[in-house]
Design a protein around this ligand. Structure first.
Ligand code: CTP
Length: 153
């Protein structure tokens, strides 16, 4: 009998922390199902992504060891999916530690360590350094430095 592993996430600006988590989850079983949160579900959580849902789920589904990517639309879905897909293990990153223990009556619940030093939030912050307003701040600083150097000559 196949062991099905299930996980959920937003997977915005897909990065190697996501890939490592999915690799480790797949190693726990035979079949990996990934729930990708929709833009509407994220909006309800006050979360806005850079990459729209259709592209995020396409990226996740393209990973060769992801057997199935499904939309995640509401908080109650996990319990329904565990039953519907005959899930043996629900696996989440450490940031969710303890949050889904109540699903332990339906399947095994595990929390895996996150990859250090990378997150979608961090990438978004880094991209912010290159947006127009930051570039004009940078230019203003360089102009100030240039004028100081000019005066010192
Ligand atoms: N994850 C991970 N290691 C990272 C980042 C994420 O293992 N460095 C895991 C999370 O724990 C989660 C899954 O990847 O189980 C999807 O996480 P998601 O929230 O989409 O990614 P983050 O990069 O954490 O995004 P954000 O910064 O918006 O929270």
């Amino acid at each position: 009998m196949k062991t099905t592993v299930l996980t959920y996430g937003t997977f915005d600006l897909f990065h190697h922390g996501h890939l490592k988590l999915l690799t480790r989850l797949k190693a726990l079983g035979d079949r990996l199902i990934v729930g990708v949160s929709t833009d509407e579900f994220n909006a309800g959580k006050g979360k806005k992504t850079i990459i729209p849902f259709a592209d995020r789920i396409e990226i996740v589904q393209s990973i060769k060891f992801v057997d199935l990517a499904i939309p995640e639309t509401d908080w109650g879905q996990k319990a329904r999916d565990i039953v519907a897909y005959d899930v043996a293990i629900l696996g989440m990153g450490h940031d969710w530690e303890g949050k889904f223990d109540h699903l332990g009556s339906l399947c095994k619940v595990v929390y895996l360590p996150r990859t250090e030093g990378i997150s979608s939030t961090q990438i978004k912050q880094s991209l912010g350094y290159f947006d127009k307003s930051h570039l004009s701040d940078l230019k203003a600083s360089l102009d100030t430095i240039s004028s100081i150097i000019e005066r010192l000559r």
